[in-house]
Design a protein around this ligand. Structure first.
Ligand code: UDP
Length: 416
């Protein structure tokens, strides 16, 4: 099958720029489809002249770099101008294959959906589309100072909703949004939750993990993992840490805040603003700014943390929240988007309405003071995450692929 991820490559390290959960999604799904005998070609925009046109990432997972627009990273909004050359490149790459090489196209994010639609029409195969985020929904929950998603994206999404053969929503909430805000036909929208790598993200000794990340055994680590952007609200965590120290000044010697991830969204003032904010709040000395880490390295951060904090204004699912729970660490998150699905409020973590630092500090303080409660949440998190493995995601997607393919060829049944 063909998977289209125009704006971000599965070969990139997630955690900065435009590389995040979507990259993890395309890789993890393609990897598991390959294990079931289904090969995936992923089409992405070439961003450097030395990238080989074709890279075999894993057995059964091939990445095609399609030149479209200038090399280097481009703002996502600018990418719409390069859809035509991108589509041309995808069609050209396929032209060397036997007719009927692909059975189905899966588009990720609206830009890829637009490209996927053209390719699917040309090849006479269905398009299954995952939006991952929705402009209308994002615009309803902007962080202060954030810019709204442009009108051309809203119109592009509208068109896709009408023309894709099937839409995949990450949560029931997103399915409802597609129906309510975009007028999607309920019969053509299914919910399939993304997942977590249950072989990698497992519970383990907190003491050893603290050592692995260079912290003393008595440290209380508040963890933020993700792209540093307004929408993910790392500033709320800094303010919450300051509020926590006001409540409990004795914690100052032990409290550490780690912000793991790189800049995203082109807002270059963001790191400086965050560093200044930390200084003005008097917490600069306890904050560790960490570059994007590999997923294997993240395991130690999650295991070491007292809590993982996800104070986002909008979040289509929140893979970080599930990874943390899989490692036995409770999550304190805002009650938005997919997070109420990713976190079992009161059982595997705590969801907070709004973004009041005091509310976050109150919950985090309780986690520090009541290790037994924290341990109960952690254990429930491991159970909750166990139901969200990528294999379950692939089961759900295969069901949709098969239904969409009814009447067509059925090689997707191979290897099942
Ligand atoms: N991630 C990573 N290294 C980092 C920061 C993040 O590998 O330094 C990964 C993280 O493990 C998760 C993904 O990036 O799988 C982020 O996904 P999420 O759904 O939390 O946010 P998104 O990026 O989709 O907004």
């Amino acid at each position: 099958m063909a998977s289209v991820s125009m704006h971000t490559s599965p070969l990139e390290q997630p955690g900065s720029g435009d590389a995040g959960g979507l990259n993890v999604y395309t890789v993890e799904v393609a990897k598991r489809l390959a294990r079931r005998g289904i090969a995936t070609d992923v089409f992405t925009r070439a961003t450097a002249p030395d990238q080989p046109p074709v890279v075999e990432m894993l057995p059964g997972v091939t990445v095609h770099h399609i030149p479209a627009g200038p090399y280097g990273s481009l703002d996502k909004h600018a990418l719409a101008h390069y859809l035509c050359p991108f589509i041309f490149g995808v069609l050209q790459a396929e032209a060397g294959n036997e007719p009927g090489h692909y059975d189905l196209v899966h588009g990720h994010y609206w830009l890829s959906g637009r490209a996927g639609l053209a390719a699917a029409h040309r090849w006479g195969v269905p398009l299954v589309q995952s939006m991952h985020t929705l402009a209308r929904v994002k615009n309803l929950a902007l962080a202060e100072g954030d810019t709204a998603e442009p009108e051309h994206r809203v119109r592009g999404e509208d068109q896709l909703v009408r023309q894709a053969d099937h839409l995949v929503a990450n949560t029931a909430v997103e399915r409802g949004q597609l129906i309510d805000h975009y007028g999607a036909d309920p019969g053509r929208v299914s919910t399939v939750a993304p997942g977590v790598d249950l072989e990698l993200f497992t519970p383990g000794s907190r003491r050893e993990a603290l050592r692995a990340v260079g912290l003393p055994a008595d440290a209380e680590l508040l963890l933020f993992v993700g792209r540093v952007q307004r929408l993910k609200a790392p500033d709320v965590l800094l303010r919450a840490a300051a509020a926590l120290l006001e409540r409990d000044p004795a914690l100052r010697d032990r409290l550490v805040v780690a912000i793991v991830g790189g800049l995203s969204g082109g807002d270059l003032s963001q790191p400086r603003m965050l560093a200044e904010l930390a200084r003005s709040l008097g917490v600069a000395d306890i904050v560790r700014w960490e570059p994007p880490r590999s997923r294997a390295e993240l395991v130690s951060y999650y295991r070491a943390a007292t809590a993982t904090v996800v104070p986002s204004y909008s979040e289509s699912f929140g893979l970080v929240a599930v990874e943390s729970q899989a490692c036995g660490t409770p999550v304190v998150a805002s009650r938005v988007g997919g997070l109420p699905t990713a976190v079992r409020d009161g059982a595997s973590g705590v969801l907070i309405d709004g973004h009041s630092p005091q509310d976050y500090a109150r919950v985090l303080h309780r986690m520090v003071r009541e290790p037994a409660w924290r341990a109960r949440l952690g254990a429930e998190g491991v159970r909750h995450a166990a139901g969200l493995g990528w294999d379950a995601t692939v089961d759900g997607l295969l069901g949709i692929y098969r239904e969409t393919l009814v009447g067509g060829r059925l090689p997707l049944a191979a290897g099942q």
